[in-house]
Design a protein around this ligand. Structure first.
Ligand SMILES: Cc1ncc(COP(=O)(O)O)c(C=O)c1O
Length: 439
């Protein structure tokens, strides 16, 4: 079977060989450029998913593909644990982004692996500093990946059903997410403070043994796009510092400019001990990792942690360098900030018109639109959400659905989006909601 016949396979044929949950949705997408992808029949779509959240620099950015081509002629994979200027150079550039505060970098292949490694190194640090336990705090509604430990950290029970101990790593406790819309609270700052303070209660009442690490997304994305109140993260940091808890910020989705700043936690005055990253840094090829302070990052001993591709993956490194160049030169965080505002304002206007829109929220180009049956009761409307997603797809716009209630439209386009594309997306969303009043 050659590449052409694979491309032309029908979904039914693919179904026989891929495990459920793999890529089987239609349309069959075969090409992409910037924010546009094209299916096997030549139909074009505006991609508001981007990988998800991967191709922030746009599909097949010419500088990423050129860097990959050039590197492919030199070396694909390092032979072992040998020094690589590309790998060390990328680690140095990533460290420099935090003025060398997060100066130790580990490279991995996926977001789940990055989070797994971050918790592992925080445990080794706990051992070396003679802590009395290995408890981890995570948040409800969070998503940290689907390997055993990250799945256990994830705050969405439906992802864990049927996996027994695989999804129940010991010592993990979940605190409340800063999900203001469904909190019943009236004031965001009061809610932010109360929500953070519950972390302290949990440390005192629920944690089996000492909590040594807390992992959290600065903006919970897959869980439904929750932008925390401005006092939430600083308050969480204050509590973690008081209890000597290592803070791991999961920037797998939110990192690399998506929310209008290089890292989403830069919106607030906080300094995590470890930041995990993945998705956008590879520009479309697998590349992930974590960056840590010197104190945390030096906790591993020789041989403690390694992955075959990770730091040896020279294609990923070449792509990562190109992505950092593009982010800076094309000012993509700024574009995300400006166009995110335009998108959010447009969606807020649509909310005036469509009672099914319960809430519009987001930062930069990480946007959630929560659909409800009734604004007063806030009853989730997953059927409408799926219908809107499907109809938008038929009309040439790709969005995801997300959240534990399945009622949030998630909009995370490439950051090279244009104002015209925002306006076109808004027109389409408006039209689809207008035509879906019967659902
Ligand atoms: C915040 C966050 N962490 C971790 C992951 C897992 O990343 P991966 O699918 O690369 O393992 C995701 C994936 O969406 C994510 O959004």
């Amino acid at each position: 079977m050659n590449t052409k016949t694979v491309e032309r396979q029908t979904p039914a044929v693919m179904d026989k060989h891929l495990v459920p949950g793999s890529n089987m949705a239609q349309p069959t997408i075969v090409e992409g450029s910037g924010c546009i992808v094209t299916d096997i029949d030549g139909k074009r779509y505006l991609d508001l998913e981007a990988g998800p959240g991967v191709v922030s620099v746009g599909h097949c950015h010419p500088r990423v593909t050129a860097a990959i081509r050039e590197q492919a002629g030199k070396m694909l994979q390092g032979p072992g644990r040998y020094f690589s200027p590309l790998t060390s150079g990328l680690a140095e550039r990533i460290s420099n982004l935090s003025d060398d505060r997060l100066c130790r970098v580990f490279f991995a292949n996926s977001g789940a692996e990055a989070n797994d490694g971050a918790i592992k190194i925080s445990f080794k640090h706990a051992t070396k500093t003679h802590r009395q336990g290995y408890g981890v705090l995570s948040l409800e509604h969070s998503f940290h990946g689907r390997l055993s430990l990250p799945l256990s950290l994830t705050g969405n029970a439906s992802r864990k059903k049927g996996f027994g101990p695989y999804a129940a790593f010991p010592g993990i406790v979940h605190g409340p997410a800063p999900y203001f819309y469904r909190s019943g609270a009236k004031n965001e700052l009061d809610f932010g403070k109360a929500c953070a303070l519950q972390i302290e209660d949990i440390i005192k009442t629920r944690a089996p043994g000492e909590i040594v690490t807390m992992i959290l997304e600065p903006i919970i994305c897959v869980g439904g796009v929750f932008v925390p109140p401005d006092n939430y993260l600083p308050e969480v940091q204050r509590i973690c510092r008081k209890h000597n808890i290592t803070i791991v910020m999961d920037e797998v989705f939110s990192g690399w400019g998506r929310t209008g700043k290089l890292m989403a936690h830069h919106h607030w005055d906080v300094e995590p001990d470890i930041v995990t990253f993945a998705k956008a840094i590879g520009g479309g090829v697998p590349l992930a990792g974590f960056m840590a302070t010197e104190k945390l990052g030096m906790a591993f001993d020789e041989g403690d942690h390694f992955t075959t591709f990770g730091a040896n993956n020279q294609i990923g490194m070449a792509a990562g360098h190109a992505v950092l160049d593009i982010l800076a030169e094309e000012k993509l965080a700024e574009n995300a900030q400006d166009l995110g505002e335009r998108f959010l304002n447009g969606l807020r206007q649509l909310k005036e018109k469509h009672p099914a829109i319960g809430d519009v929220r987001g930062r930069g180009l990480m946007i959630g639109v929560e659909l409800v049956k009734d604004r007063a009761t806030k009853e989730p409307h997953p059927a409408l959400t799926t219908h809107v997603q499907k109809t938008l797809r038929e009309r040439g716009v790709l969005v995801s659905t997300t959240g534990v209630h399945g009622c949030v439209l998630r909009i995370t386009p490439p950051l090279v989006l244009t104002a015209d594309q925002v306006d076109e997306a808004l027109r389409q969303i408006d039209g689809v909601l207008e035509d879906s009043r019967h659902v």
